[in-house]
Design a protein around this ligand. Structure first.
Ligand code: SAM
Length: 294
């Protein structure tokens, strides 16, 4: 399921990539973290440029978890000695059981509002993989959305096309719907202006999101990429009671284009042992490289 381009080494993407890493470092340091101790999960793409930038910024190679869903790309990366988990990023985040929690997740999906984006939103709300004061970055492509965008379109009319901001608005809405104290914010066909005001306030106050965009050429077409980076862990500050409420909800109901309901499952009771073994294997390679035993 390779997606996107064969190489992501081009000017606007290089600038953008550096900006995201700089912003992540600034935010992590601002939360009092040592970059050398931060655990990162990211999508390396075919060239693992992110891995190189990360180490140049002081992240340690043994704290960088590269995840790639495509088998061919995984093999290519492995031939360059990149330690890669060949899995879906969202599944990895859902079942993450390494003793270290994640400080920075960099989801450079380069896709629209699809199952990838919605899955990440669910993980942000429900997974326990993130450290306190974690930072999240997403990179989404304008105009390649699935039916999810149609389903949520009515909640996004006041936002000007930016897919990162769409992502954030949907995250806020999910949060409101999951939490008992915000039941009255259940989305209707059109958001009431007081709901928009409330959500915009949350956007301002919560996670300090920073949006950016860049353009890239694909044949004759110009693609617009929308990114967002924000401080998630410190914003949510979930208590155990919150988590209990969230975990009791085994699915999140989201309207489809025909207004029927789609169940997004987020099931903690599945047997995830194979994926956990993959995470464990990646961690073991990191430990051996760190200790110089391989
Ligand atoms: C846009 S590229 C990453 C580029 C890289 N960040 C860079 O700047 O060079 C996205 C990569 O993630 C993979 N990918 C997409 N969705 C994924 C998912 N849900 N889980 C794991 N890998 C995924 C794609 O196969 C692709 O190789």
């Amino acid at each position: 399921m390779a997606s996107g381009l064969d190489s992501y080494k081009f000017g606007s993407k290089n600038n953008w990539r550096r900006r995201i890493w700089n912003e992540a470092v600034k935010r992590l340091r601002g939360s009092g973290k040592k970059i050398s101790e931060c655990v990162v999960v990211y999508l390396p793409g075919p060239d693992n440029i992110d891995g190189e930038i990360a180490t140049s910024k002081g992240f340690k190679p043994w704290n960088l978890y590269a995840v790639e869903i495509d088998k061919k790309r995984t093999n290519m990366l492995r031939s360059k000695k990149v330690n890669v988990i060949n899995e879906d990023l969202n599944t990895v985040l859902t079942v993450w059981n390494a003793p270290e929690k994640i400080d920075f997740v960099f989801a450079d999906f380069c896709g629209g509002i699809t199952h990838n984006a919605i899955g990440l939103i669910l993980n942000l709300l429900l997974s326990e993989c993130f450290n306190e004061k974690a930072v999240v970055a997403v990179n989404l492509l304008r105009g390649r959305d699935s039916h999810y965008l149609k389903a949520y379109g009515f909640m996004l009319k006041d936002i000007n096309k930016h897919r990162g901001l769409y992502f954030y608005r949907i995250l806020m809405l999910f949060y409101c719907r999951l939490s008992a104290s915000f039941q009255d914010l259940e989305p209707t066909k059109k958001l009431a202006s007081k709901q928009i005001t409330f959500l915009n306030k949350m956007t301002e106050l919560w996670a300090n999101p920073h949006s950016l965009e860049y353009k890239s050429k694909c044949g004759k077409a110009t693609l617009v990429m929308d990114s967002l980076i924000f401080n998630w862990g410190s914003a949510v500050n979930f208590t155990n009671t919150d988590r209990k409420i969230f975990k009791n909800i085994s699915h999140v109901k989201t309207p489809q284009k025909d207004n029927s309901v789609l169940n997004l499952t987020f099931d903690y009771n599945c047997d995830f042992s194979t994926i956990r073994r993959k995470i464990g294997a990646s961690r073991a390679i990191h430990t051996m490289r760190r200790n110089g035993t391989i």
